[in-house]
Design a protein around this ligand. Structure first.
Ligand code: FE2
Length: 132
């Protein structure tokens, strides 16, 4: 899971947060998840990493008094719940192709889509506040 410039929001603080999150997820997935027989520990670390990332972003929403903070948090909670479901299947059924694809869809595609739609909305809001 690599950061690409196409995911830039244009707000340095948000982009740094995202880049750090992607770097951490990438190393967890590359170094741990794929090379261990039991992925439980790595998946716990991914979950902790995602929770910390969302918490940090929600603190920014609060700091900037972002009006769509509540619906944004609901999105974050939905991703965490989806991730926990996939994590449970990976632990109980193992690294089957279906589970790895579900993990990829959940941890990579959903997060990328979230950044491009919802985090960019927050970034645009931040830019408008700066222009006031
Ligand atoms: Fe977000």
């Amino acid at each position: 899971m690599l950061w690409t410039e196409s995911l830039t929001t244009g707000v340095r603080k948000i982009d740094e947060l995202h880049r750090e999150f992607f770097d951490r997820l990438h190393s967890l997935m590359e170094d741990d998840l794929c090379s261990r027989g039991s992925p439980e520990e790595s998946l716990d670390l991914v979950e902790i990493c995602a929770m910390a990332f969302f918490d940090e972003e929600q603190r920014l929403h609060e700091a900037y008094e972002y009006p769509r903070a509540e619906s944004h948090k609901i999105q974050h909670d939905g991703y965490l719940n989806a991730f926990r479901r996939v994590k449970g299947k990976l632990i109980s059924e193992g690294l089957t192709l279906a589970n790895v694809l579900a993990f990829n869809r959940c941890a990579v595609e959903c997060i990328k889509r979230h950044i491009l739609e919802h985090d960019r909305d927050f970034a645009e809001y931040c830019k408008m506040q700066a222009d006031l």
